[in-house]
Design a protein around this ligand. Sequence first.
Ligand code: PLP
Length: 386
Amino acid sequence: MKIAQRIQTIPPYLFVEIDKKKEEAIKRGVDIINLGIGDPDQPTPNNIIEKLRESVTDPKTHNYPPYQGTAKFRQAVALWYKKRFGVSLDADKEVMALIGSKEGIAHIFLAFIDPGDFSLIPDPAYPVYKTGTLFADGFPYIVPLLEKNNFLPDLEEIDEEIAQKAKLMFISYPNNPTGAIANKDFFEKVVKFAKKYDILVCHDFAYSEMTFDGYKASSFLEVDGAKDVGIEFHSLSKTYNMTGWRLGFAVGNKEAISALSIIKTNIDSGVFKAIQEAGIEALTGPQDNIEKMNKIYTGRRDVVINGLNKLGWNLKPTKATFYIWIPTLNGMNSMDFANLLLEKCGVIVTPGIGYGEYGEGYARIALTVDEKRLEEALERLNNLKL
Ligand SMILES: Cc1ncc(COP(=O)(O)O)c(C=O)c1O
């Protein structure tokens, strides 16, 4: 038996060591505080659950769904986009349901990257952009996201020859893992760049609604000309606490949506119709849970940022996402730092290197436990006498 080369090109799973240590600590009875997982700890709102309960008993939801999503789901997406961003979408040609946004993100590379093609991939970033390129036998060209640039890519630093050859680029704001945000000026620059080099822009917008202190994120598609060059990936996972339900969507450029649908029709058979019904309820029903969640995350953010600043960090309050991206202690290697916090404090954070080479020297904290546990984690850090 010989496994494919493409699997061997995937970088080793860097969290194995941490996972092993976590299991050992749990066996020893250590009270672990896990700040490593980007998964909301609060339940899916009741109106969405009730809609699923009702839909699942309707036999009309039991057969194969339409590949691109039901017409009703796509219309709900278009309506939500118009209401939230003022962006008009053709529900037939510019919207497609996904089995969670990760599925669409992973598959878009098969639609645009031929062997040897380049993609422009931010670093640090959600790892699927890079592995998606590798699975399509392409080359990920790393675009660093540096703190001095507020974790935005410096488009002028991208090698001209590579830009000419690149087929696709990924951006994502609000950003995982850095918590950075982007404004429309930046998106305008991206549109100009993409038009100049004829590149598809993929904007991963999974954290669009997780914003604080009155800040509201803009859609990439709000910018003139964006739909000529780009698509946006969306997810119901974080917005409606629906990570396990697997529902997302892609919107924007119709040629790109159509290319993605060709890949998908040959790989999957769409999203269970009852889940899409629940998704319609999420998008068109009461939205107050979003505000409620953002209040919870704001409180947690304040606990962590104030607490860490008292311990000697110098962090500004983040405007979006439930992640805090912190420099390690004294320039420590990110794996050593994560191991130290696990071994000495029973606190799990994600080492920055897991998000790419430019994540080295950082760690990610997820605000997915309550304030009391966060205070306990900070107390343990304090006792470390950093
Ligand atoms: C930046 C980013 N994009 C996409 C996803 C995928 O989300 P889902 O597949 O649940 O829609 C995640 C999940 O953590 C993420 O952090």
